[in-house]
Ligand binder design. Sequence first.
Ligand code: EPZ
Length: 417
Amino acid sequence: MDKLIIEGGYPLKGEITISGAKNAALPILMASLMVEKGCTFFNVPQLRDIRTTLNLLEHLGCEVEKKEKSIRITPHALKPEAPYDLVRTMRASILCLGPLLAVLGEAKVALPGGCAIGARPVDLHLKGLEKMGASFTLDEGYILGRCKKLQGAHIYFDFPTVGGTENLLMAAVLAEGETILENAAREPEVVDLANFLIHCGADIKGHGTSIIKVRGVKKLKAKEYKIMSDRIEAGTYMVAAAITQGELILNQCPIHSLDAVMSKLTDMGVGFEILDQDKVKVKPFQEIKSVDVITAPYPGFPTDMQAQIMALMCLAQGAGTIKETIFENRFMHVLELVRLGADIRLSKDTAFIRGVKALKGAPVMASDLRASASLVLAGLAAKGKTEVRRVYHLDRGYENMEVKLNQVGAKIKRIKE
Ligand code: EPZ
């Protein structure tokens, strides 16, 4: 398992180009199961989770052609089974359920286990698909789903689930009749999926709001599509500029989907200069001071930025709180940050962070994707050397993070173990 050795204390300066969004690419690649003639995708990030998704699509019967700047996916004789060995490494594999039911009328998907950040059930996915005519049984850890032809339905989500909205949206585009998704997720990645499906001929309205209306069509036409930029990667590098008291220009940055993050960082003393519609300069304009954060579904502050802003708060003036409302166990990075000298106390779903003058490098352990990003950010500012172990977590969601950071002045070495 690789580790990163970070020598802290170097203000970052230069330009970073943001890659394609992992959480938009995953559902969009799964949706290609529903497009007979095959689609070509651009700006797909080179990540572990993408490789897992492409392996799963090949296992399901798709032809995957990787070129230097694009990936083409053509479904052939599709099979209904997503095996445990693939699903257990990536919970988002459940996103093949809707497309398989829509195209084959059957699916056998390993029930995703829990993960470091919580139980993460899929009950809302199944409840919605049952309303569309699917029936499910659970057998030896697999979800077995069957349906004749999915029927449009009026579905209300108890919680604006991102994956649930994406699964039901994909199922609905080829269903008979109209589907209404109420209390749907509004995340930009859901909008990107909807835009791809519309580009292929789907009839979708209201994406990006909490009520999405879909009128089923007979088939989808093969198209090319460019995946949106990754707002969480961009937010992570905004924090990197702030925590090192540096100055970064982010290219291909989805500024319009980062309001909550940029607003919080501005409150903390980070300055933004918009240089173009997708280009922004990030530079602290004063001593970073602490704030209070509550994570929430989009357009609220994203849970996927919680660990990263916590790293910044560890070195801010004053004290602040972070309340995590989306996942029940998304504070695995706290004890590791404390090993670096942070002053953080936990009480149920809230972390109390008191800024300290400096962090001191030490060996730390990554536990999940965003926790590992938080430890890298803290390491960039900590005095001395920080060793971040199990960086395979980081590789799931960040394309060449240490390469991008070293290009703007960081001192990071990857040790292959
Ligand atoms: C997506 O996960 C993202 N993953 C997550 O990003 C992100 O943190 C999350 O949305 C929230 O924004 C991808 O897009 C691949 P949810 P997802 O369904 O779809 C509960 C990252 O770091 N829930 O909105 O799994 C669930 O347990 C990852 O890139 C149910 O109870 O999120 C959780 O507590 C981490 N029943 C909450 O809702 C369900 O059927 C949010 O889940 C579905 C969800």
